[in-house]
Design a protein around this ligand. Structure first.
Ligand SMILES: [Zn+2]
Length: 327
């Protein structure tokens, strides 16, 4: 279960929409919520970056390739695959003046940091990692069929800590036992210890219907909307965690990629303004490692052998991120 959502800021959203529409640019006509100059023709961008673009008007598919598929999506869909991993876009790729256009928002905050980290990310060293087992004490987190989230987040954090220490990382835990912590205290522990990464661990519960698979969240950039509807909306103001936007999305991507390649159904890289992500001063993500409400996944999550594999996949994602950003 995720921590509480961001505050709603409809006035600021309307102001931003008005300012956006008031600007002019190169890819007309505008969607009502982005100025024309906030759209980039995809054929032009593909050429600049040495990629081949194929799009079909019949089935509305869009594919960017070099030797392999780099990015694929459908016209007017928020869902895209970046090198085989599902990533939720802020705006769908849309036809304008007879050619597909992608939003500058998505290029800047999603596509460039993931595809070209060398050109777009500040180099950092990754030595200390703060692990945050979600919930604890009076806050049970999600409960489904006798499976209680706070118990499994702590068990996963301990196993993950053991594996990361074996890989020579220094580990800080926000809690080591069944103890309640305010949401704001969790990133504060990471900040105090000058951790290089913050990883919050959770498991999901679906209120109704069937859902399974893994989601990795990073902080929603300023002036954009979060992926889920859970009461969130676009919010203009940047928060401290937004200083790491490019690293946040790459860390979330590498973790999602490793988890879905090795273990689980892919529910995609998502954005949210969770309280635990807003004030972290280092790259920060929140992993929803599966659904306790799903009869198959709840048994896996309760199995120490599966949690060992879950932790292994997270370690591989951390190593891939470190490889891309190591100073
Ligand atoms: Zn949770």
């Amino acid at each position: 279960m995720p921590p509480r959502p961001e505050a709603f800021s409809s006035v600021m959203t309307l102001l931003w929409l008005f300012l956006s529409v008031a600007q002019g640019g190169r890819c007309a006509p505008a969607m009502p919520d982005l100025a024309p100059r906030e759209w980039v023709p995809l054929p032009e961008w593909a050429k600049e970056n040495g990629l081949k673009l194929t799009w079909s008007k019949r089935d509305e598919s869009i594919v960017l390739t070099n030797q392999t598929d780099i990015l694929s999506s459908k016209m007017d869909s928020l869902s895209a695959e970046i090198k085989g991993v599902n990533v939720w876009l802020f705006k769908p790729i849309t036809m304008r003046n007879g050619q597909p256009c992608i939003s500058l928002l998505d290029l800047g905050a999603t596509i460039r940091p993931i595809l070209f980290p060398g050109r777009n990310l500040t180099r950092i060293s990754v030595k200390t990692i703060c692990l945050d087992p979600g919930h604890g004490g009076k806050d049970t987190g999600g409960v489904a069929g006798g499976y209680v989230e706070k118990r499994y987040t702590l068990l996963l954090a301990k196993e993950l800590g053991r594996q990361l220490r074996a890989a020579q990382f220094k580990i800080v835990l926000t809690r080591r036992k069944d103890k309640f912590l305010e949401l704001e205290e969790r990133p504060a522990v990471a900040n105090q210890h000058r951790a290089d990464l913050f990883i919050s661990l959770h498991f999901n519960v679906a209120p109704q219907g069937e859902a399974r698979g893994v989601e990795v969240y990073c902080l929603t950039p300023a002036a954009t909307s979060s992926t889920n509807t859970r009461g969130e909306a676009a919010n203009m103001a940047p928060v401290p965690g937004n200083r790491q936007d490019p690293q946040n999305v790459l860390l979330a991507y590498e973790l999602q990629k490793s988890l879905v390649n090795k273990l689980s159904a892919d529910r995609g890289l998502r954005r949210a303004r969770f309280a635990v992500l807003r004030t972290a001063t280092m790259p920060a993500v929140l992993i929803e490692g599966g659904f306790l409400s799903d009869s198959v996944e709840q048994k896996k999550i309760a199995d120490p052998k599966y949690r060992t594999r879950l932790a292994q996949a997270i370690v591989q994602g951390v190593l891939a991120f470190r490889h891309a950003v190591q100073s």
